[in-house]
Design a protein around this ligand. Sequence first.
Ligand code: FES
Length: 121
Amino acid sequence: MYSKKVIEHFNNPRNMGEIKDADGIGTVGNPVCGDLMTMYIKVKDGRLEDIKFKTFGCAAAIATSSMITELAKGKKIEDALKITRNDIADELDGLPPIKMHCSNLAADGLHEAIKDYLSKK
Ligand code: FES
């Protein structure tokens, strides 16, 4: 079963949408279920000034996307790169074991967006 926090983030996802002039974009897909997530970041002075996401996926994928934007916003790039899927799951008061892979999408998507930003510098 999902925790209350997962359901809350699924019902009211934070930072959902797209940043038109994003500094970095990362898209990742889950080969198992076919779900897809794109993360957009805006960077200022080495910090993640803004993050938005678009996720076509299950409830856990949407809740973890929402949670990672909250965890990473305002953080230095180096620190944002250290956020793991376990951090996201912990922050959501846990995920059902068969849904842990969904939190990979959120962590990987953010990491890809940061890599994209760094490659353009
Ligand atoms: S089932 Fe696909 S990301 Fe959760």
